[in-house]
Ligand binder design. Structure first.
Ligand SMILES: *Cc1c(COP(=O)(O)O)cnc(C)c1O
Length: 249
């Protein structure tokens, strides 16, 4: 449901699986009637990303529930950014919905993208099917050990999340002061989707100054939008200073 994470489409295409796109509404929520209208007996999975990337918002619980309850196939909820969110994980609903698969990852809040470890949580029946089709090669032992080590330190992750959330609100407040910033979308993630009057000049300038943000302006309903990941306080200060310099020049 675009604008969203691009890998669902890439993975479907690599596997020669037809992929239907039903855009989110203008406020980046699920267009439930449009989704329902596209379901056929051949529809196997619906991908839901919440909090969504690149928009940052949570998808409305009742919309997701409606799809879970009425669709006979698998509903995959991608929770890559759940650690930054104010709402509980859908994993708490696994006993209620046998067609629910919840994906999480150590790549974001846990800061362990390099070890390539994530998880899928689902009904034992779905997991047993995944066991049948997955490649026989398991996670390497060093990666498993690093994952356990990271997960053994929940407090550190939570401290870092707290800092990022405080910085997200600070950056948001500062960005609102620029008249060239037209809209900052609500975020439950570690980034902000920001609509500029004109995104290209500021994006190019930031690149020249070696600050990388994501240009999402070509995605549906994201014209002139950049996705800005919240960094350390120093990195955020540097970003804000560059934006100030650019608009004052
Ligand atoms: C980063 C990300 C992932 C997964 O990343 P991995 O490093 O492959 O675990 C999944 N979904 C979304 C929406 C992401 O942003």
């Amino acid at each position: 449901m675009p604008p969203t994470y691009g890998m669902y489409e890439v993975s479907a295409s690599i596997n020669n699986v037809e992929n239907k796109k039903i855009p989110l509404t203008e406020d980046f929520q699920i267009d439930v009637p449009a989704v329902m209208a596209q379901i056929t007996p051949a529809t196997k999975m619906i991908f839901v990303c919440s909090p969504n990337n690149p928009t940052g918002n949570l998808l409305n619980k009742k919309d997701v529930e409606e799809i879970l309850a009425s669709f006979r196939g698998i509903v995959v909820i991608d929770e890559a950014y759940i650690d930054f969110s104010s709402e509980a994980s859908w994993s708490t609903e696994l006993s209620k919905y046998r067609n629910l698969v919840v994906l999480q990852t150590l790549s974001k809040a846990w800061g362990m993208a390099g070890i390539r470890v994530g998880s899928a949580m689902a009904d034992p029946y779905i997991i047993s099917m995944l066991e049948k089709i997955k490649p026989p090669y398991n996670l390497s032992l060093p990666n498993q050990q690093l994952a356990f080590e990271a997960m053994g330190n929940v407090n550190q992750k939570e401290e870092e999340v707290k800092l990022i959330l405080a910085e997200r609100e600070r950056v948001k407040t500062k960005l609102q002061d620029f008249p060239q910033v037209k809209k900052i979308f609500p975020s439950d993630a570690n980034f902000l989707l920001v609509r500029f009057e004109e995104s290209k000049p500021i994006f190019d300038y930031l690149i020249r100054e070696q600050v990388i943000v994501r240009d999402r302006s070509s995605q549906i309903n994201c014209s002139n939008c950049l996705r800005i990941t919240i960094g350390t306080k120093e990195e955020n200060d540097q970003l804000l200073k560059l934006i100030r310099d650019f608009y004052q020049a």
